[in-house]
Every structure is written in C-alpha cells, then in structure tokens.
Design a protein around this ligand. Structure first.
Ligand code: UDP
Length: 238
C-alpha cells in the first residue's frame, strides 16, 4: 500500500461536474471517470466518503427566484443529490466496488438513512460511503453537507473536485490575470469572500480543523496524486 498523506477523505463533486458537455442531467461517461478515480484511490488504501451536489438537476433557489417556496425547492434539490448518489454508487458497484448511498432524508425503499455509526461501520468494511441529500435541511448546500459529514466521519481532508486546478482570487475564466493560491488559510478564504465554497462550509471545516483541498476533476490521476501529497491543488489549512 502507498504512503498516504490523507487516508480517510471526503470527496465533494458538484452536480454540475456530472453534466459533462450537457446542459442538464447526468453524463454517464463523467460518472464512469469519477468512479474510476475513486476505484484507484481506494486501491491505494484510502477510506472514501463522497458527497455529490444536485445542481445538474435542480437548485432550490431557482424555485424561490420564480416566487415559489424555497423550502420545497430545497427539498427538490436534495432529492436531486440522491439521484446523483444512486448513479455513482451503481457505477461503483458495477466495477465490483462496494458502495453504499446513505441519505440524510429517510427513504428506506431507496437507500439507507445516514447514521454516523452505520457509516463508520461501512467504511471499516472497506466500502465507499456516499452521503445523499446534503445536510437534510433547506437553506444549506452540499458543500456544507460535505464539511459536516467530513467532521462527523473524522476525515483527514475534504477534497473538492472542481473545473479548475485550485483557488483563484477571481474566476480565471473571466479574469485571466487572477492570482492562483497554492495555500491559503480558512480565515483568509472567509475574509476575501472567495466563492469556491459557501462561508458556512468553510467555517465548519475551520472549526473541525479539516484541510480543504481544491483540485481539478479533469486532471488524470488527480485524486491519487493528492492523496499522496502531490498534484496541483490549493490546500486550505490554518
Ligand atoms: N440542498 C439543501 N440542503 C442541503 C444541501 C442541498 O437544501 O443541505 C439543496 C439546495 O436547493 C441546493 C440543491 O440541494 O441548491 C443542490 O445542492 P448544491 O447546490 O449544493 O449542489 P452543487 O452546486 O454542488 O451541484
């Protein structure tokens, strides 16, 4: 087994990443690629928790923006994350990797409900655990859900896979001379209002002393490199 810098990790993948080139929904080839990254990381001996967003299907704010009930919209958004988790766990299972989706909202016919005890037992059995439905509460995001579960599961790091190779002072696709950080503190991220994650998620990670690693999901072997303390990324720690 390789020497791992981060042994137990929580991987956060945004729903949007799963769209690939599509404008909505799930591109199965992206699911397969991320599943392979998880497979390779697990083969190194990593214990892997996963949180997937729902923005490729639904976001609560879009209901509120049209005058609808935000809470209902957020419930719909959380259900979208369940769909994504089911797709990812099924792709992992198809590769022979035991993976268990656990939902913050009870839906026993569909998947297990989240309990810390149950999730820890699955990890100890070598299974990948996917946390669906975010925090289970409206007005939160799956980034906050990821920070919460990373704290509950005592993860060594929260890895946020994005479209770019780290944290920039501004969106590098819009501002070409934006500054890229190799490292930054949780406090500076909050102070500068950097949009990589919402403030609640950063504050939770800061409280739990959990490093956040932001890296590109498009980098081949990006995840396995990061687990070994290499790779191109921004490390957020105090
Ligand atoms: N959501 C929520 N509570 C949570 C997590 C998510 O209400 O704890 C809802 C919210 O409407 C959000 C949607 O689920 O817009 C999808 O999650 P998110 O926007 O975080 O997905 P991502 O941007 O990562 O794809």
């Amino acid at each position: 087994m390789a020497e791992l810098k981060y042994k137990r990790i929580l991987l956060k993948v945004s729903g949007e990443a799963l769209m690939g080139e599509q404008s909505f929904g799930i591109d199965q080839s992206v699911i397969e690629r991320v599943a392979t990254d998880i497979e390779n990381a697990r083969a190194l001996g990593a214990e892997i928790c996963v949180v997937i967003g729902g923005g490729n299907i639904f976001r609560g704010v879009s209901v509120a923006a049209q005058g609808g009930d935000r809470v209902v919209g957020d419930h719909m958004g959380m259900l979208a994350t369940v769909m994504n988790c089911l797709a990812m766990s099924s792709a992992l299972n198809a590769k022979g990797i035991p993976a268990v989706p656990m939902s913050a909202i009870a839906m026993p016919e569909v998947c297990e409900s989240f309990t810390q005890r149950g999730a820890k037992a699955h990890l100890a059995d070598g299974k990948v655990v996917l946390f669906a439905a975010g925090t289970g509460c409206p007005f939160f995001t799956t980034d906050s859900g990821a920070a919460l579960r990373a704290a509950e599961m005592q993860c060594d790091a929260l890895l946020k896979g994005t479209q770019v190779d780290g944290i920039y002072s501004a969106d590098p696709k819009i501002v070409p001379d934006a500054i890229r950080y190799d490292t930054i503190t949780h406090a500076d991220m909050l102070k500068q209002g950097l949009k990589v994650m919402d403030a609640a998620a950063i504050a939770l990670a800061q409280d739990g002393n959990i490093p956040i690693i932001v890296f590109s999901l498009h980098e081949p072997d990006g995840l396995v490199e990061i687990l070994q303390g290499r790779g191109r990324c921004t490390v957020v720690s105090d």
